[in-house]
Design a protein around this ligand. Structure first.
Ligand code: ATP
Ligand code: MG
Length: 382
């Protein structure tokens, strides 16, 4: 869909006499045989000329003159960036009529390829095709200067390397390592977003190797003990699982959640995984209901995955895997022998104590699957 819309938009721009190319991530992905999520067009047309051709287009918020043509399709005039002031965004842009400046402002060579699928022509100002074939992440221009002007590129380099299983070219890697401490100047939301993409990617071993060896992880979370468990997770991991692997053993994970603006759900799930590692280990002290409640928790597979990545196979993992096969769905979720309505029918005044009675009933049923209604009523003195 988006691809068709992109080709139609290219044709419309060409017919109006403008130069226009697919550019960036979509070209990289197409050449790697991956279906792109989003398409970007770079063109000589100025924003107002783009609006004339695409009356329904909308300006994209924070970016200078970037135009949203339709869902997953953006167009932007060839541009170069004015000086960077805050380590993240240029203070402005200058529009150009040819794409060479536009290529030079992009971060990595594999992200600066231009393709016109209609004619099959392409532009490659910085050796991006070679690097794509060789599996290399290489900064365009002087790597140190490029990381100094926009520190988010430090994490982007690692994200692309880990996503594609690529190597970071030595000069780029050296500059990344030198500039790693600058990552602290990036807005926490942006870091969280880049980390989310890295941690849910396909190569957590590579992600960890790069985050740790460059000093980026130490710069981001100086108080963290080695988070190397991440490297032993089997991707793709859920975000809470990956964060829990990174943060295991940290004294106050809540500080990190606050620092990086975790959502409430991310906080809850990551904490669940961190807190319940000890419950898994202490299985011999847990009651049957406690074990069953842990096993039926939606995050149980993540809990076990974290345990396995930390401790490897052993008696604890064997215990839980055995229990998992032993108990059926109805063993874990027994149909309640009675509910609140039944209690009211028996003449009990409704109130908050109903919850306690029903929780105790569930405990009894989780302990004894063959419990009868009569037994339950007797034990609960109802
Ligand atoms: P993804 O598949 O993750 O979207 P992408 O390469 O498309 O990867 P985007 O963030 O969508 O990444 O950016 C589109 C293009 O814009 C990039 O390919 C790159 O050419 C350029 N770009 C994006 N962010 C930067 C940056 N921080 N510095 C320089 N160029 C950038
Ligand atoms: Mg993109």
């Amino acid at each position: 869909m988006a691809q068709e819309a992109a080709l139609t938009a290219l044709a419309t721009l060409h017919q109006a006499g403008h130069s226009a190319w697919l550019v960036g991530g979509c070209v990289r992905d197409l050449l790697l045989g991956i279906t792109p999520k989003d398409f970007d067009i770079a063109t000589s047309a100025l924003p107002e000329q783009i609006f004339t051709l695409f009356p329904h287009a909308q300006l994209v918020g924070a970016h200078f003159g970037v135009v949203l043509l339709s869902a997953h399709l953006e167009a932007a005039t060839y541009r170069s960036d004015l000086s960077y002031q805050d380590g993240r965004r240029p203070s402005g842009v200058v529009f150009h009529s040819d794409p060479s400046h536009d290529a030079a402002r992009r971060d990595f060579t594999i992200n600066a390829l231009y393709l016109d699928p209609l004619s099959g022509r392409s532009l490659d100002f910085h050796g991006g095709r070679h690097d794509l074939q060789s599996g290399l992440i290489r900064a365009i221009g002087d790597p140190a200067a490029r990381f100094a002007e926009d520190h988010l590129r430090l994490l982007r380099a690692i994200r692309f390397a880990a996503r594609f299983g690529f190597t970071i070219e030595p000069a780029t890697l050296a500059a990344l390592t030198t500039h790693a401490p600058s990552i602290r100047r990036i807005a926490p939301e942006r870091i969280h977003d880049e980390m989310r993409r890295i941690l849910t990617g396909p190569r957590l071993d590579l992600a960890w190797q790069l985050l740790s060896s460059t000093g980026l992880w130490a710069a981001l979370v100086p108080e963290a003990p080695a988070g190397s468990t991440l490297a032993r997770l089997t991707p793709p991991a859920s975000l809470p699982l990956a964060w829990a692997a990174l943060l295991q053993g940290i004294p106050s994970p809540q500080n990190i959640f606050l620092r990086f603006r975790f959502s409430a759900a991310e906080r809850r799930d990551t904490l669940f995984l961190l807190h319940n590692q000890s419950s898994l280990l202490a299985y011999s002290t847990l009651s049957l209901p406690q074990q069953k409640r842990l096993l039926r928790h939606p995050l149980f597979p993540n809990l076990l995955a974290l345990h396995l990545a930390t401790h490897g196979p052993g008696p604890t993992a064997t215990h839980w895997l055995t229990q998992q096969t032993r108990w059926s769905h109805s063993d874990l979720w027994p149909t309640p022998l009675f509910n609140g309505d039944s209690l009211i029918a028996r003449g009990l005044p409704p109130g908050p104590h109903f919850r306690q009675i029903l929780a105790r009933l569930e405990d009894l049923q989780l302990t004894n699957p063959h419990l009868t209604l009569a037994d339950a009523l007797t034990i609960l003195k109802l």
